[in-house]
Design a protein around this ligand. Structure first.
Ligand code: 7TS
Length: 407
């Protein structure tokens, strides 16, 4: 079913804003997405009617808040295909979810164990492993790119050893939009006896996700990249693995029994959620998920693919544009990185802003990847369910002007 863009755009109040006298063209969805008004209404309702701390009170209001909060956990679990809500740990964002695995796993790994990640990762799924390796005497192996700048499965297989304890890769690259073959990666990693973490920050809001089908052991993602609020994220972890892991943070909520000598831990996922959680963040995330489900993730994916094809067709016709990553529309989401010949990405982005266009310029927190691409920075347009062909046309026409003015 084709999306009714006109109707969808009305759900996002910010899209009717003017920037520099122009209609806002928001093409920075990989950084964060805009929010549907359903979540604003939900926040008002929650604060006006059911706010209390969760898990602690026996009074009706606290029970209501707890049930909304735990209800959100169930919505999130169902959304990514987890077997049970207890496989979802609330975190602040995808970054914290990755760090949770790094810190918890650190206690299980020994000197000489190896971690395998890729050169194309976002820093959030790279620096924690770099650091863990340095601090715990582990070896970090890094998968190279193919000539088309994608994940190199051959190199991956050659670097996977019996000493590899964890494979940590993205589901979708935040620079090229490339969709990693995560099912294949998980199958190979498991054959070698390694655990698999998939960083789903760029996939969860853009395509149907099924952690059971991928068969990953961990899946990290953020609410703010899928219509939800910032400050809310989650780590999916297989139940049997979470049970064996030590908590990352300690304090209230995560304990069962505390004496002056010792403490015992609550069950997963609560043993990983020390302190008062982001209650409203979780609830609003649940609301955002209801919104996305109503539209349908398959429809969103199809809409983005169509727009991507349209945008790539137009960009390829501009002789002054260098596209990075795969240049076809298969096997990738609608994240497009490119450079404008003779114009620094920051200058181009600043000029595009004059036309009301928001695109990202920079290294996109993926400096090792930028080095492989041979550029210090790129321009990046990233699309979502509310973007339209008209907005792509506005971008193309503005890029022509930018090139005329600056190159
Ligand atoms: N992993 C990937 C693949 C990402 O793209 C990002 C954020 C993260 C992890 C971290 O997510 P967070 O919610 O914890 O911050 N990516 C971007 C980006 O591309 N531009 O701004 C943030």
């Amino acid at each position: 079913m084709a999306l009714d863009s006109k109707k969808i755009r009305k759900d996002f109040p910010i899209l009717s804003r003017k920037i520099n006298g122009r209609s806002l063209v928001y093409l920075d969805n990989a950084a964060t997405t805009q929010k549907p008004k359903a979540i604003l209404e939900k926040l008002k309702k929650h604060y006006e009617q059911s706010h209390a701390n969760v898990h602690r009170g026996v009074y009706a209001l606290a029970e209501e808040a707890t049930s909304e909060f735990e209800g959100a956990r169930k919505k999130i679990a169902d959304f990514v295909g987890a077997k049970s809500p207890n496989e979802i740990i609330f975190t602040r964002n995808a970054t914290e979810a990755v760090n949770l695995v790094a810190y918890s796993l650190a206690k299980k790994l020994k000197k000489g164990d190896r971690i395998l990640t890729a050169v194309s990762e976002h820093h959030s799924n790279f620096v924690p492993w770099l650091r863990l390796a340095k601090e715990s005497g582990l070896k970090l192996d890094i998968v190279k790119l193919t000539p088309t700048r994608d994940f190199n499965i051959r190199d991956f297989k050659s670097k996977l050893t019996r000493k590899t304890k964890l494979v940590a890769v993205a589901h979708v690259s935040n620079v090229s939009g490339y969709i990693y073959p995560v099912q294949k990666i998980a199958r190979e990693a498991h054959k070698a006896g390694a655990l698999v973490l998939v960083d789903g920050a760029q996939s969860a809001g853009h395509m149907p996700v099924d952690v059971k089908k991928i068969d990953c052991d961990f899946f990290a993602f953020s609410a703010h990249k899928m219509g939800g609020p910032s400050g809310a994220g989650a780590l999916y972890g297989k139940k049997e693995i979470l049970e064996k892991l030590e908590p990352f943070l300690s304090g209230g909520e995560m304990v069962r029994e505390v004496s002056t000598k010792d403490a015992s831990w609550n069950d997963a996922p609560w043993k990983f959620e020390a302190g008062t959680p982001n209650i409203e963040g979780a609830i609003l995330w649940g609301e955002a998920i209801d919104y996305l489900k109503k539209i349908g993730m398959k429809n969103i994916e199809r809409h983005e693919k169509e727009l991507l094809k349209y945008a790539l067709g137009k960009l390829k016709n501009l002789s002054f544009i260098n596209l990075h990553g795969m240049t076809g529309s298969i096997n990738r989401t609608s994240i497009i990185s490119f450079n404008t010949k003779g114009v620094h990405p920051h200058d181009a982005a600043t000029l595009l802003d004059r036309y009301g266009i928001c695109v990202r310029a920079g290294h996109h927190c993926a400096q090792p990847f930028m080095r492989e691409l041979g550029v210090p920075a790129t321009l990046r347009a990233s699309l979502w369910l509310y973007n339209t062909r008209r907005e792509i046309d506005i971008l193309i026409s503005a890029l022509r002007k930018v090139h005329r003015e600056l190159a």
